[in-house]
Design a protein. Sequence first.
Length: 135
Amino acid sequence: MHAFIVNLENRRGTLADLGTSLGERGINITGVAATTWEGNGSVAIVTNDDGATVAALDEAGLDYRETELVSAQIDDRPGALGEAARRLADRNVNIELVMPAGTQGTRATVAFGVDDAERAREALGELAATGSQAV
């Protein structure tokens, strides 16, 4: 599974334009996280169709990058995210994105956008979520 990190200008309507553009092409956004800082913003999206998303973003002339997601199931407690992130850092895996992907009981699923998915899965070990994870 992949996420797309899209640079957007921090002004009213840019997220609406992106969502509308994807929706008009039948692309469903299944996961989203966004932030701004001063005049810039980034939105990370996961969709139901990577290829169509690439085509739509290219057609819109948007600046974006694609990153592979690795999900981890961590305890829902203070420090758990830091521990998972430390495992990745210790194995020289760079985190480009973190997205919540759900909670169940005392466990939270977090999706990490990383520069090396195979090494990330190895680093996360038993935390690495298996099977199809919805983001």
